[in-house]
Design a protein. Structure first.
Length: 98
């Protein structure tokens, strides 16, 4: 299984609207900053290692995207996890929350 080295993703607003987004009011300070490419996922619940629907091999963790703010929140301050099969180029993604 191929591994992607870890990269910290830091979102940068691409519009005035995005730049004016308020931060979370009630969430812990790390929420909204847990975006990541590669490395190991920071699961909020039980670890899930999906298998490719095409070939059945374990998929590679590709990245995770965090909730953005109180208005654009994934479930309960959750994250999207993305896995890819580098043999078949199929993708599996899911959300976990607190």
């Amino acid at each position: 299984m191929k591994k992607v080295p870890p990269f910290k993703l830091v979102p940068q607003p691409l519009s005035d609207d995005a730049a004016s987004f308020p931060k979370f009011k009630w969430a812990p300070p790390e929420v909204g900053t847990r975006h990541q490419l590669g490395g190991e996922p920071s699961f909020l619940q039980k670890a899930i290692k999906p298998k490719c629907a095409e070939c059945g091999k374990e998929m590679t963790f590709y990245g995770q995207l965090d909730s953005i703010n109180d208005d654009i929140c994934l479930a309960d301050c959750g994250m999207i996890y993305v896995f890819v099969c580098f043999d078949c180029f199929t993708v599996n993604s899911f959300i976990q929350s607190h």
